[in-house]
Design a protein around this ligand. Structure first.
Ligand SMILES: Cc1cc2nc3c(=O)[nH]c(=O)nc-3n(C[C@H](O)[C@H](O)[C@H](O)COP(=O)(O)OP(=O)(O)OC[C@H]3O[C@@H](n4cnc5c(N)ncnc54)[C@H](O)[C@@H]3O)c2cc1C
Length: 405
């Protein structure tokens, strides 16, 4: 029976465990946290409802003696060293140590009413005060910001979202325009920029947004994230993540990595960071550490639900290079709540990415099957659409424009 060690019992670690359990391995989890995460796939959900079930680690601890409350200080082929001094031997080791949040610099951030969202407990705290909030300013990363904005808005808080940057490729301008319009119709506001300081007498009374004073009683910050790999003799990427191939293997034999601490080597789609794909990368790592030959597939799928809309994108950005000017995008808006954008590369005649925003209610996207590349037939499924006509109509218009040019 293969002896497998997973360092980190978070989102990716959970998937690795279920995959390796299924394949009959003897699994040990090394996790430094004592408390377990609530069983939600997304922390913003904690703003809308309280967790009622137990998280993965709590369930795992109850059923298996092989969850060690310890910090791994080093890992290599065949071993994991714990900070207490023990050195344990395994056939395979998977590093799934996630991300860390970077420090936030903002004048006045120590005031009561400022929430830096760097852990599940901060989202729970936000839920507790939600009912008493009149107005909140949410500032920071775009995708996380949209989710937090949506959950606060659905709880009746008047929210203004300030997007300072996007940690991944931003949505196309037309998609953003739809979101901004729907927000305005609902009495909320979305703009790009920054908050330079929080002001108030004791608690929060206002935020200085792009130089203007905006009254509010809470400022919610979504901080930047960076990879947090366990120390190991493996090749790291420029961003400091563990470099992995499409099968989640690192440069050291029998040492794999998944989730936020890992990055795809030589990814054809710009950054290969796997922070937004902890589940899929965890499943691939889990199956490959016991001898399977799965790959993550070259197509990235992302989605966000906001203000009753469902935004999804399939594909990515081609690596920077000589053919940058060969990228062309055709975008169309279909009514007030729907837009579609298709980007292709003229030279290769390849569709690089398709994104769509529509009222939600369509079936959820789900994960593409292991090892599968998403083809055009799988596009509608991947994007979670019940109606694929905005894509086909946009493609037809794009084709006509292309033939004219
Ligand atoms: C239920 C759940 C919901 C989440 N929702 C969000 C969210 O909405 N927004 C967000 O930004 N992030 C969220 N996270 C964190 C999120 O999963 C990661 O940011 C990211 O998605 C990658 O997942 P991961 O498994 O790689 O990392 P994580 O889920 O963060 O798991 C990493 C685990 O490794 C452990 N660890 C780290 N270093 C060591 C070490 N040296 N030794 C032992 N253990 C170690 C950590 O304690 C942690 O439990 C969530 C995590 C969970 C579990």
């Amino acid at each position: 029976m293969a002896r497998v060690c997973i360092i980190g019992g978070g989102t990716a670690g959970e998937e690795v465990a279920s995959e390796t359990d299924m394949r009959g391995a003897h699994v040990t989890i090394v996790e430094k946290r004592h408390a377990s995460e609530p069983p939600w796939r997304s922390w913003p959900e904690l703003i809308s409802r309280s967790p009622t079930k137990e998280g993965f680690l709590t369930r795992r601890r109850a059923s298996s003696p092989n969850v060690l409350n310890a910090e791994a200080c080093a890992a290599g082929t065949g071993y994991v060293a714990l900070s207490g001094g023990d050195r344990l031997r395994f056939d395979s080791v998977i590093i799934a140590t996630g991300v860390r949040f970077e420090a936030v610099t903002l004048l006045g951030l120590r005031r009561a009413g400022v929430f830096i969202l760097d852990g599940a407990e901060k989202y729970v705290e936000l839920r507790r005060v939600c009912a008493s909030l009149d107005g909140a300013v949410v500032v920071g990363e775009g995708y996380r910001g949209l989710e937090v904005f949506d959950r606060l808005w659905s709880r009746g808080v008047k929210v203004r979202l300030i997007i300072s940057y996007w940690q991944r490729e931003p949505p196309s301008p037309l998609v953003l325009e739809v979101i901004e319009d729907v927000a305005r119709e609902n009495g909320a506001e979305i703009q790009t920029g920054d908050v330079s300081r929080v002001v108030g007498n004791g608690g929060v009374e206002a935020a200085v947004v792009n130089g203007s004073v905006v009254p509010c009683d809470a400022v919610v910050v979504t901080p930047p994230r960076a990879p947090n790999p366990a120390r190991a003799a493996v090749k790291l990427s420029q961003a400091g993540a563990v470099e992995v191939d499409w099968g989640m293997r690192t440069s050291a034999p029998s040492l794999l990595a998944a989730g936020g601490c890992a990055e795809l080597k030589g990814c054809a789609w710009g950054s290969g960071a796997l922070n937004s794909e902890p589940c899929l990368s965890g499943r691939v790592a889990g199956s490959n550490c016991v001898g399977s030959g799965h790959a993550i597939g070259s197509t990235r799928v992302e989605e966000v639900r906001v203000l009753g809309l469902h935004w999804s994108r399939i594909g990515g950005r081609a690596a920077r290079g000589a053919f940058d000017n060969q990228e062309e995008t055709v975008s169309r808006r279909w009514g007030s709540e729907c837009a579609c954008s298709i980007t292709h590369q003229r030279l290769s005649e390849r569709v690089l990415r398709v994104e769509c925003i529509q009222p939600s209610g369509s079936s959820p996207a789900g994960l593409p099957p292991l090892g599968a590349d998403v083809t055009l037939e799988a596009l509608a499924f991947g994007l979670g659409l019940s109606d694929i006509s905005p894509i086909s109509d946009t493609a037809r218009l794009g084709l006509r424009e292309w033939q004219k040019s």
